[in-house]
Design a protein around this ligand. Structure first.
Ligand code: FAD
Ligand code: DHB
Length: 400
């Protein structure tokens, strides 16, 4: 098999990249480890920045999202028994977030891919990358017991945190940063009416809770737990009892109902600075992971592939490698800011068992400052709705 860009992984990064390239007349082949039903059925993210919404519209896959997504002008932060609204729209000159589930984005992208007449090769195994530091890189993989090879001009490693692409960069060159957190998030999907018109992030003495939504009858909620905890220890009653306690407000009751899925995910921050090696470019969770508190992961995948696709389009149009050479530099400006924001939101909203009473009061005072000062709430709002891509090394003021 031969193509211009070989894409490993059919997550949001790989599928958005394929569509962006297709619209520039650039051919790609996508390989994916899982079956189609799995990628279309796995519940993950929910919050899309305006940037991601605009990108999905630009590549022609936004129709259903615009019909079925929920547009939120604000979020609420709860602590010390009170709720405070952050007016995202008012504080950012009209920007907002859209709640539309990641697996629905995947369904829309897979349909768009098949509409282009190009395939996705599912159920692959034993994926390996070869000659990535030459002009003829190759991907080998196994499917239905047979070994196949894709020869390409470029490889895009969009295979998530556990994929093989990153490891094709020699250890001596690969520069990375990892930070682990003690807590994980226990997430549920529940068939019940919406708890609140906007998302609620709560820092309670018992721990963190997040009330989010999917549709008017299906809700997505999270509580922080010890990452090593086993989901089997969490009966539905125990989950609801924690959610009730951590979001309690006088005169308000959290609607509860049947839980139809629950799992625990680890929280980590990870940045691969070497996002490019020869003809290999790494994008999305394969290059960086954020704790989910800032709702940034999928949105960073979108900006990475926008930058990469722009660089590849420039290369095929004019032979210039200017943007490709600067891919990591441009992408990392936005990535580090999202890493900082996600780390900050996580530290501000989660109970830290090692904190003394002084540190606990500093944490609550920080929340109070963020919610009651214009400067504080603007800082949260502009990061939450998403910062722009800084194509040049200019300040954010000059970029806007
Ligand atoms: P992935 O989605 O991980 O896709 C990678 C793909 O590569 C997968 O399909 C995988 O099967 C495939 N793959 C792996 N190995 C191979 C291989 N060897 N060969 C071929 N294919 C392979 N982000 C937000 O922006 N907003 C949110 O609100 C948000 N909430 C979240 C809540 C939770 C609980 C979690 C867990 C995550 C959340 N995220 C959120 C993060 C978001 O889900 C991820 O950042 C996003 O999925 C990254 O997309 P990706 O395409 O880079 O990687
Ligand atoms: C959701 C996930 C997040 O990580 C977040 O910060 C907000 C909402 C969600 O799944 O709806």
């Amino acid at each position: 098999m031969r193509t211009q860009v070989g894409i490993i992984g059919a997550g949001p990064a790989g599928l958005m990249l394929a569509q962006l390239l297709h619209l520039q007349g650039i051919d790609s082949i996508i390989i994916e480890r899982k079956p189609r039903e799995d990628i279309e059925g796995t519940v993950k993210a929910g919050v899309l920045e305006q940037f991601t919404v605009d990108l999905l519209n630009e590549i022609g896959v936004g129709d259903r999202m615009m019909r079925e997504g929920h547009f939120h002008d604000g979020i609420e932060l709860q602590f010390s028994g009170k709720r405070h609204r952050i007016d995202l729209r008012g504080l950012t000159g009209g920007q907002r977030i859209t709640v539309y589930p990641q697996h629905e984005v995947i369904i829309d992208l897979v349909n768009a891919r098949f509409n282009t007449g190009r395939d996705i090769i599912f159920n692959v195994s034993e994926v390996s990358l070869h000659d990535v530091d030459t002009k003829e890189p190759k991907i080998r993989f196994k499917q239905n017991g047979e070994i196949h090879e894709i020869q390409c001009d470029f490889i895009a490693g969009c295979d998530g945190f556990h994929g093989p692409s990153r490891l094709a960069i020699p250890d001596s060159i690969r520069k990375e940063h990892l930070h682990l957190y003690a807590h994980g998030w226990l997430g549920i999907l529940t068939d019940v009416k919406q708890a609140n018109p906007e998302l609620i992030y709560s820092n309670h003495d018992r721990g963190f809770a997040l009330l989010s939504t999917r549709t008017s009858t299906l809700q997505r909620h999270y509580i922080s737990v010890d990452y090593h905890d086993d989901i089997a220890n969490w009966s539905d009653d125990r989950i609801w009892s924690e959610l009730h306690a951590r979001t309690a407000m006088e005169g308000w009751t959290l609607p509860d109902g049947p839980i139809n899925s629950k799992n625990i995910v680890q929280m980590r921050s990870y940045v691969l600075e070497t996002m490019n090696y020869g003809r290999l470019f790494i994008a999305g969770d394969a290059a960086h992971t954020v704790p989910p508190t800032g709702a940034k992961g999928l949105n960073l995948a979108a900006s990475d592939v926008k930058i990469l696709a722009t660089g590849l389009a420039e290369f095929y149009k004019s032979g210039s490698e200017d943007i490709l050479d600067r891919y990591a530099e441009i992408a990392l400006r936005r990535i580090w800011k999202a890493e900082r924001f996600s780390y900050w939101m996580t530290s501000m909203l989660h109970r830290n068992p090692n904190h003394d009473s002084f540190e606990r009061n500093i944490q609550l005072t920080e929340l109070d400052y963020v919610c009651t000062s214009v400067a504080g709430s603007k800082t949260l709002a502009e990061n939450y709705v998403g910062l722009p891509i800084q194509w040049e090394n200019k300040s954010l003021i000059e970029t806007k």
